[in-house]
Design a protein around this ligand. Sequence first.
Ligand code: GLY
Length: 567
Amino acid sequence: MKKLILSLSIVFLFIQCKENSTEKTPNNKNLGFLADSAMVVSAREEASKIGAIIMQNGGNAFDAMIATDLALTVVYPFAGNIGGGGFMVYRTNDGKTGALDYREKAPLAASKDMYLDENGNIIEGKSTLGAMAVGVPGTIDGLFKVHEKFGTIPFSELIQPAIDLANKGVVVTKKQAERLNKYRHFFTEVNNHQIVLDEEWKEGDTIKYPNLAKTFERIKTQGRDGFYKGETAEILVNYVQKLGGIITKEDLENYKSQWRNPIVFTYKSLKIISMSPPSSGGICNAQIFKAIESYDIASLGHNSVEAIQLITEAERRAYADRSYYLGDPDFVKIPIDTLISSDYVQERMKDFSWDKATLSSSISHGNIVGYESDETTHYSIVDSYGNAVSVTTTLNGAYGSKVYVSEGGFFLNNEMDDFSSKPGEPNMFGLIGAEANSIQPEKRMLSSMTPTIVEKNNKLFMTVGSPGGSTIITSVMQTILNVYEFDLGMQEAVDAPRFHHQWLPDVVTFEPKGFDSILVQKLQKKGYKINQENSRILGKVDAILVLPNGKLEGGADYRGDDKAVGF
Ligand code: GLY
C-alpha cells in the first residue's frame, strides 16, 4: 500500500527527541532515551528525525531506512554516502531475516597489482587517496532493491526530505567543524578545484548542497538510472577519469546489489543475525562468541583483567582466520560452516592460558582441510509494526577518497583499500589479507561492517552496529555482551569503554581514560602489549534495545553527534 506523506514539517513537531530517561529498570539499570513503539538511532539528529517522521506517517522501518540513508549523505558527508556502499540486515515482524549487500565493486579495469610499483612494493596512498582508490558505488542500487521488496511509500517521497535538507542547508556541529578543518587540506590536494567543503568551518555555520539536491532530483524522477546512467553517471565518470581514475559508464551500468543469507548463530539464549561475506563481521563475531560461550563471563566482571584476556584471545584467533579465509563469496569459497562451528573454535582456543598472552606470531589461521573502516556510519531502526533494520554504510576513510564530485554534490569512496593490495601487507586499518581478498575486476572487497540483529526467546531483542573499520566487529560484540552478560542498559552499554585486538599488530588497544593503570599493568605482566597512549575512540555504536515492557531504549554513541529519535 502506497501512502502519501502530506506534510513532513507539521509532523516534525511531534517527534520526540528527549534526553536520556530518568526511569530505571527494576534492577536499577540507567536507561537512555525511551520510545513507545518506533525509533531511529543514527549519526545525526536530522537524519534520525527524518526516518522517525516517515514511520510516524505510516511508513515501515525499510521506508525509514531509505530516507535516513539519503539524509545522511547530506548531514554527514564524513561517511554518509551515495558515493559508497553498505550492508543491511533485517528482521521482519514475522521473524523472517535476511541481508542486503550493496558493497562497492572493483572497476572492470582493476587488476591484482594495481597498487604496486615496478618492484612490487605498495605505492603509498594510491589505494586510499584520489580517483584510483574509488570502488563502483552501490548505495543507490541497494536502496532501490530495499524499496522494491519492502517499500510502502513512493521513493519520490522518501527522497524529498533529503532534497529539502540539501537545499536548505545543514548546521555545522562542533565535532563536524573539527573534522572538516582537519581533513580540508586533503580536499585541496585531491581535487582540481575548490570544493564546497574546503573552507574554515565553525560551529553554527550552514552548508548548502544545491548540486546534491539536483542529483537527488534526477534519482527522484529517473529512479536507479538517475545515478547509474545519464547525467549523473556522465558527471561522475568524467570527473574520476579527469583525476586519473578508471571507473567507466559500463562499471556503473553493471553494478548490482545482492540479497544474501545472513550469518546466524546462537550464544547461550541469544540468536544473533549478522552480516555475511563479503563482510567478515558475522563470521568473526560468531567465532568470538563461540570461543567465549562456555565461560561464565558475567562472573569474571565487566572489563575485568580476566574478561579482557578471554575476549582478546578469542579476537586474536578470529582475526587470524579472517585474514586468510575471507573475501567476496562470489569469487572465493569460504568454509563458513566450519569456521563458525563450536568444535572448530574450541580447538582454536585449546592453547589459551589464563597465565600468559598467546603471541600472535605463534598463531596463524586454522587448518581447514577440503573446505566447502575507519570511517563508516551505522544506524538502527525499529518500527511500530515490529520490523527491525540494522544498516552499516561507508565511504571507507573519512570523506572516502576525498574525491568530491562537485557537479553531483557528493564524495566518492576509497573502498579499494579494503582489498589486500599485497598479501601480508597491512591496509589502512592494519588488517592483513591473503589471496581470498586479492583484487579482481567486479569483485567486492572484504569488509568488517557488522550490522547485527539479536533475538532473545525468539523475539526481537536488539539492533546494533558501528563504524570503526577493523574495530567494528569487537565494538558490536562488546555492546551485546555489556547488555546480556553485564546487565547494562542500552545507552550504558554503548557508552562503556571498549578495547580491541585484531591478531596483527599484536597489541590490545584501549580507549583513552577508560581503563585504570592497575588493570593495564596486570595485563602487561601476563605478556599483553597495550596501546593506550596512541589510542583513539573505538567505534560509534548506535543501537536499540527492546525492553521487557515492550518500550524501546536507544543507545546513541556520545563519541559522535549521534541521536536517538522516536515516538
Ligand atoms: N570500509 C570499512 C569496512 O568495510 O570494513
